[in-house]
Design a protein around this ligand. Structure first.
Ligand code: NAG
Ligand code: NAG
Ligand code: NAG
Ligand code: NAG
Length: 778
C-alpha cells in the first residue's frame, strides 16, 4: 500500500512544489494540491502510474525538468523537497490508525506541532474543539449471524457515521436504485410506497448522506447502501480481477463514511465548539496497533448463496449506557447542556439523520437482492450482479425477514487542528491558508496521509527557506485539520471561530487534500478569482510524464483527453472536502484538485483560454475580475436555459439580474484598465487594490443564508440540495425554483420565494460591484 501511494505522492510532490514555487516566489501566495476527501476509492488503484517519472537527483531530491521556471526561492524550495522524506512521513503517519477523536490522532497532532516548530515555522499551536463524533463500539464480539464466523476484532467495523442507533425487522425491502430524489419519485410513481419501509440503494451518483436524507424525505424506516459492481467492479461477472490486482472493489469491500449533510459539529451549528479544557481523547475499542496494513479491504466471511438472508446485523455492538459526555435532552428542570460555556443542541434537535443507515459490500447485498420480489426493475436500474433486480417490496419467501441493526454511539470528544504560521514580511495580517485534514477512517494511507506526507515535507522545505532568510510577503497558515472525515468538523469550527478575522483578512484557501484517484489527468475546481493563477501555475510546471509528448503540465492538463469535466476549470467545489467552510461560509477564494482516471465514456470539449488582461505587479494579487464576469454570465445563462420559459410564464424577469451582471462587467473592466495603467504601485495603493480583490467573492455571502439551507451563507457558490457532491451556482435561487416547479397546490408563495431569492442574488452581486468600484466614482 505504501509503495502504491508513494507513486501518487511522487506526482503530488512535483505538482505541489511546482505550484507553490510560483505562488510563493512571485506572488507569495502559498501552495496547494487539493482534492476531495470523499474519494473513497482513491486508494484502490494499483495500476502502474504513468506519471511516476518524477526526476530525482543523487540525493533523492525531486527536481523539476526543463528550464528554470521559478527563480531562486522557488528553485530552492523544490530542491529542498525530498521524496525520501515524504516516504518517511507516510510511513510514520500510516503506522497506526488515526480516526478522529482518538489518542493516536492527538499523538499525530502533537508530533506535527513539535516538528513544525523545530523546522522553523514562526508559530505552531493546537487548536482544539470539542465536537460530537459518532463511533462504532466493539465492546461486544462481532459475529456474522449467517454462519457464526467471527469478524477479525482488530478491524474497525464498517459503519456510516451519524447513523442513529436502531433496529428494523421487516419482511419488506424496496430497491431504490441510487437513492436519488428522482429515484424515489420513480419508485412511488410505480405504485410502491416507500413510507415505513426499509430501502436498499446503490452507492454512487451522489453523496451518501443525501441518499439517507432522500429516504427520510420519503419517510422510509431505514436505508441500506451498498457498492454495486456496476459502479465498483464492472467486469465482475466476466471474471475480472479486483483489488489488489486491479482498480476495482473486491466483493467484501465496504465503503465507510459520514452521512451528515450539514457540515461542522452538529451540536454547535454556526458557532464554534470552543473548549478551554479538552476532554480526554477516546481510546478506540479496537486495537489499532494490530491492524493489518491492508485493512481497507474487509475480510467479511463469505457465505453460501443458499443461506437465507434472515438477518443482516451490523458488526456494531450495543452500548449499555451512554458515555457521560453525551448531551442529554434538557428536561424542564435540567439546565441546558453546555460544554465550556458553549450551548449544545440536544441530540434530537441536531440536523443529523433520523433513520438507521448501514453500509454493505456487494457480496452481502447480493444475499438480500436475490430475495427481493415484485416487478423487475427498469433496465437502466439494473446493477452488475448476475441476478434479476426487483423492486420489492415483498421478500420472495414467506416468513423471511431482514434485520437491520445499528448501534453507533455519539459522544463529545476533542478534535485538534494543528495550525502553523509563517509571518508575512510586509502584510502579516493577510493570510494564505493551506490545509489538509489529518484524521482517517483507518490508516488513511491515501486519504489523507499521502497529502499530509507532502504537506509535512513542504513545511519542512519552507522552514529551510526561512532559515536562509526568505520570507513571504503575506502570512502563510498551514492547517492540519481534525475530524475532517466526519463532515469537515475541524476546519468548520475554526472558520466559525475566526469568522470575522477571515472575512477581512483571508486571501485564499488552497486545499491540499491530495486524492490521487488515478494519474491520468487533473480535475480542478475553483472560484473564478483563482482561475488565472492556476492556469499560470500549470504553464510553469513541467509535464509529469514527458514521454507523453507534453512539455508543461498545462499541455498535459488541457490537451490530454480529459476525465469527467468538460471544462478545464469549473466552479464545482461542492461539499467534497475541507474547503467547504471557507467558500460556503465566508466566500474565501478557494480551490481543490484531484488526479483522475481516464473516464473514456466522458466527452471532452476545449475551453477557451482567457486572455489575461492585465500585467501583474508583484504586489498585486494575481486575480482577474474578468474571470468573475465569465462565471456570472454562465450562472445567468444556465438559469435562463433551465428556467427561462417557466419564469417568463410566471412573470418573473431576469432583466435585473442581467443589469447587475453588466454593471459588474463594467466595473471589473475599469478596475483592470486602472491597474494596467499604473506604472508605480505604492504600498497603500497595493493594499487598497488587493483589498478590493480579496473582498470580491466574500460579497456573495449573506447573513440570512440560502433558502431551505440557512447555514449555507454563500448565495453564489453552493451545492445541489439533493447531492452535496454536485456544485450549484446560485443555490438559493435554485432551491426556490425547484420547490416552486414541484409545487402541487397554493404555489404563489413559492414563486414569491423565487423572487425573493433572485433579489438577494442581485443584492450580493451589487455588493461585489460596489467593492470593485473605487469609492470616488460611486
Ligand atoms: C412524509 O411524512 C410527512 C409527515 O407525515 C408528510 O408530510 C410527507 O408528505 C411525507 N412524504 C412523503 C413523500 O410521503
Ligand atoms: C448468470 O446466472 C445464470 C443463472 O444462474 C447462469 O446460468 C449464468 O451462467 C450466469 N452468468 C455468468 C456470466 O456467470
Ligand atoms: C463526443 O462528442 C463528439 C462531438 O461532439 C460526438 O461526435 C461524440 O458522439 C461524443 N461522444 C460521446 C461518447 O458522447
Ligand atoms: C492612465 O494614466 C495616465 C497618467 O497617469 C492618465 O493620464 C490616464 O488618464 C490614465 N488612463 C486611464 C484609462 O486610466
Amino acid at each position: 500500500m505504501v509503495a502504491r501511494v508513494l507513486q501518487g505522492v511522487g506526482v503530488g510532490a512535483l505538482m505541489v512544489a511546482a505550484l507553490s514555487l510560483l505562488l510563493a516566489l512571485n506572488l507569495n501566495l502559498g501552495s496547494f494540491t487539493p482534492s476531495p476527501a470523499s474519494a473513497e476509492i482513491s486508494c484502490s488503484s494499483s495500476r502502474r502510474s504513468p506519471l511516476t517519472t518524477v526526476e530525482e537527483d543523487a540525493l533523492g531530491r525531486v527536481k523539476p525538468s526543463g528550464d528554470d521556471y521559478f527563480g531562486t526561492a522557488g528553485e530552492e524550495l523544490i530542491n529542498e523537497m525530498k521524496a525520501d522524506n515524504m516516504e518517511k512521513n507516510l510511513r510514520y503517519l500510516t503506522s497506526q490508525g488515526h480516526m478522529a477523536g482518538t489518542k493516536q490522532d492527538l499523538e499525530q497532532a502533537e508530533y506535527l506541532k513539535k516538528l513544525w516548530l523545530e523546522q522553523g515555522l514562526d508559530q505552531v499551536f493546537l487548536q482544539p474543539y470539542t465536537v460530537q463524533l459518532s463511533h462504532p463500539d466493539l465492546s461486544k464480539p462481532n459475529k456474522d449471524p449467517l454462519d457464526g464466523v467471527d469478524y477479525d476484532d482488530s478491524i474497525p467495523p464498517a459503519f456510516l457515521a451519524f447513523s442513529p442507533a436502531g433496529t428494523i425487522v421487516t419482511n419488506e425491502l424496496v430497491y431504490v436504485n441510487y437513492g436519488l430524489y428522482e429515484d424515489f419519485e420513480a419508485v412511488e410513481a410505480a405504485g410502491i410506497k416507500v413510507k415505513g419501509r426499509l430501502v436498499i440503494a446503490k452507492f454512487g451518483q451522489g453523496f451518501r448522506g443525501d441518499k439517507v436524507q432522500n429516504a427520510e424525505r420519503f419517510n422510509a424506516s431505514g436505508i441500506i447502501i451498498y457498492t454495486d459492481p456496476s459502479d465498483y467492479h464492472p467486469d465482475l461477472e466476466q471474471g475480472g480481477a479486483a483489488y489488489p490486482n486491479s482498480f476495482w472493489l473486491p466483493e467484501s469491500g465496504i465503503q465507510r463514511g459520514s452521512i451528515v449533510w450539514h457540515d461542522g459539529d452538529p451540536t454547535t451549528p454556526l458557532y464554534p465548539a470552543l473548549v478551554t479544557t479538552p476532554p480526554a481523547a477516546v481510546t478506540p475499542p479496537f486495537n489499532t496497533a494490530t491492524l493489518p496494513p491492508s485493512s481497507n479491504t474487509e475480510t467479511t466471511p463469505s457465505s453460501t448463496v443458499a443461506t437465507p438472508p434472515a438477518t443482516v446485523a451490523t458488526p456494531l455492538a450495543t452500548v449499555a449506557t451512554p458515555p457521560a459526555t453525551v448531551a442529554t435532552p434538557p428536561a424542564t428542570v435540567t439546565p441546558p447542556s453546555t460544554t465550556d460555556g458553549m450551548y449544545r443542541v440536544p441530540d434530537e434537535q441536531t440536523d443529523t439523520p433520523r433513520i438507521p443507515a448501514h453500509t454493505l459490500s456487494y457480496n452481502d447485498a447480493r444475499k438480500l437482492l436475490v430475495n427481493i420480489g415484485g416487478e423487475e426493475v427498469p433496465p437502466a436500474w439494473r446493477g452488475g450482479l448476475n441476478i434479476t433486480y426487483r423492486m420489492g417490496p415483498q421478500l420472495v419467501r414467506p416468513g423471511w425477514t431482514v434485520k437491520l441493526e445499528v448501534h453507533n454511539i455519539k459522544h463529545l470528544v476533542p478534535t485538534y487542528n494543528v495550525i502553523g504560521v509563517i509571518h508575512g514580511s510586509e502584510e502579516p495580517d493577510r493570510y494564505v491558508i493551506y490545509g489538509n485534514h489529518r484524521d482517517s477512517w483507518t490508516f488513511g494511507s491515501c486519504d489523507p496521509s499521502s497529502a499530509t506526507a507532502v504537506q509535512m515535507e513542504m513545511v519542512r522545505a519552507y522552514g529551510q527557506l526561512l532559515r536562509n532568510g526568505w520570507r513571504p510577503r503575506r502570512s502563510m497558515v498551514f492547517g492540519s485539520w481534525g475530524a475532517g472525515e466526519y463532515g469537515f468538523f475541524g476546519p468548520w469550527e475554526w472558520v466559525e471561530e475566526y469568522l470575522k478575522v477571515f472575512e477581512m483578512r483571508a486571501v485564499a484557501h488552497l486545499n491540499v487534500d491530495l486524492a490521487i484517484i488515478g494519474t491520468y489527468n487533473m480535475l480542478i475546481s475553483a472560484t473564478p478569482l483563482l482561475h488565472k493563477i492556476i492556469k499560470e501555475a500549470t504553464k510553469r510546471t513541467p509535464a509529469p510524464d514527458p514521454s507523453l509528448g507534453y512539455t508543461t503540465l498545462w499541455e498535459h492538463w488541457s490537451q490530454r483527453l480529459r476525465a469527467a469535466s468538460p471544462d478545464l476549470l469549473d466552479y464545482n467545489l461542492a461539499s467534497l472536502s475541507e474547503h467547504s467552510p471557507f467558500y460556503q461560509h465566508i466566500g474565501v477564494p478557494t480551490s481543490y484538485m484531484v488526479w483522475e482516471i481516464n473516464f473514456e465514456e466522458y466527452n471532452w470539449s476545449d475551453y477557451p483560454l482567457y486572455h489575461t488582461t492585465y500585467e501583474d505587479f508583484d504586489a498585486i494579487l494575481p486575480m482577474d475580475p474578468d474571470d468573475e464576469t465569465v462565471m456570472l454570465r454562465k450562472m445567468v445563462a444556465d438559469l435562463k436555459a433551465e428556467y427561462g420559459d417557466t419564469l417568463q410564464e410566471k412573470g418573473i424577469s431576469l432583466a435585473h439580474l442581467d443589469t447587475v451582471v453588466n454593471r459588474f462587467d463594467e466595473v471589473a473592466k475599469t478596475f483592470i484598465t486602472h491597474v494596467n495603467n499604473l506604472t508605480d504601485v505604492p504600498l497603500l495603493l497595493a493594499r487598497q487594490l488587493n483589498d478590493q480583490l480579496l473582498l470580491l467573492e466574500k460579497c456573495y455571502t449573506n447573513e440570512a443564508g440560502s433558502y431551505l439551507r440557512p447555514h449555507v451563507k454563500n448565495l453564489m457558490f453552493g451545492t445541489s440540495n439533493f447531492n452535496q457532491y454536485e456544485g450549484w451556482l446560485a443555490p438559493g435561487v435554485r432551491d426556490a425554483l425547484w420547490e416552486a416547479t414541484h409545487c402541487q397546490e397554493s404555489c404563489d408563495h413559492h414563486w414569491q420565494v423565487v423572487q425573493h431569492q433572485l433579489s438577494l442574488l442581485q443584492y450580493v452581486i451589487n455588493s461585489a460591484v460596489l467593492t470593485m468600484k473605487d469609492i470616488r466614482y460611486i
